[in-house]
Design a protein around this ligand. Structure first.
Ligand code: ITT
Length: 194
C-alpha cells in the first residue's frame, strides 16, 4: 500500500531533523518535512503529550502519517527544569546554555537527564505508536565540543567520558535519549505498513 508509506517529520528543529532522518533512513518510508507554516502550539504538560499533539496535528493537517519528537533536559538541582520548556528557555542555543549554567551556578549536584518522547500518528490524527528514551548525564561548568545541537556541549555522559557535542554522530546516536527511543520504536514501526 504505497499511500501509507509517506511519513511527515513534524519538526522545525534542523538538529533534531538530521538525527531523526538518520534513524529512519533505511525503513522504506518516504520522509517529508512538515510545511514550515504549520506550527503546533505545545500546550501539553509532558513530553509525551506534546509529541502526540505535534504528530496528531501535523497528520491531520497534511492527511499523511506523521512522526514527532518532544524532548528536553531535566536538571535534578533545578527540580527537573527546563524540562518541557527546554526550547523556550532562551532565544538561541548559546542563550539557553548560558541561562542554564547561570541558574545552576556552583551547585555541586550536576545530575541531569535528557528525555525524548516520540509519537507516530495516522493520517486521521490517532496515535499509532509512542515511545520514550532517557539518557542520564551531568551538566558541566562550561561548554565542551562542537558537534550536535542545543544543550549538547554542556551535557556530559560519564560512561563515554564525553559530552554529546564531543561524540561522533554515530556515538551520540547509540547512547542518546533519542537513540534509545528509536531503538524501542524501530521494531514496531515495521508493523505499521502491513
Ligand atoms: P520541534 O518542536 O519543532 O520539533 P523544538 O526545538 O521546539 O522543535 P522541543 O519542543 O522538543 O523541540 O524542544 C527540545 C529542546 O530540547 C531543543 O530545542 C533543544 O534545545 C533541547 N534538546 C532536545 N534534544 C536535544 C539533543 O539531542 N541535544 C541537545 N539539546 C536537545
Amino acid at each position: 500500500m504505497t499511500d501509507r508509506k509517506l511519513l511527515v517529520v513534524a519538526t522545525g528543529n534542523p538538529g533534531k531533523l538530521k538525527e531523526m532522518q538518520a534513524y529512519l533512513q533505511d525503513l522504506g518510508w518516504e520522509l517529508q518535512l512538515k510545511p514550515k507554516e504549520l506550527e503546533v502550539e505545545e500546550t501539553g504538560e509532558t513530553f509525551m503529550a506534546n509529541a502526540c499533539l505535534k504528530a496528531s496535528e501535523i497528520a491531520k493537517a497534511t492527511g499523511e502519517w506523521s512522526i514527532a519528537d518532544d524532548s528536553g533536559l531535566m536538571v535534578d538541582a533545578l527540580d527537573g527544569q527546563p524540562g518541557i520548556y527546554s526550547a523556550r528557555y532562551g532565544r538561541t542555543d548559546p542563550d539557553r546554555i548560558s541561562r542554564l549554567l547561570k541558574e545552576l551556578g556552583n551547585e555541586p549536584n550536576r545530575q541531569a537527564q535528557f528525555v525524548c518522547a516520540i509519537a507516530i500518528a495516522r493520517p486521521d490524527g490517532t496515535i499509532a505508536l509512542q515511545v520514550e528514551g532517557i539518557c542520564p548525564g551531568e551538566i558541566l561548568h562550561s561548554p565542551r565540543g562542537t558537534g550536535g545541537f542545543g544543550y549538547d556541549p554542556i551535557f556530559y555522559v560519564p560512561a563515554q567520558q564525553q559530552t554529546f557535542a564531543e561524540m561522533t554522530p554515530d556515538t551520540k546516536r547509540s547512547h542518546s535519549h533519542r537513540g534509545r527511543a528509536f531503538q524501542a520504536l524501530l521494531p514496531q514501526i515495521e508493523t505499521l505498513v502491513k
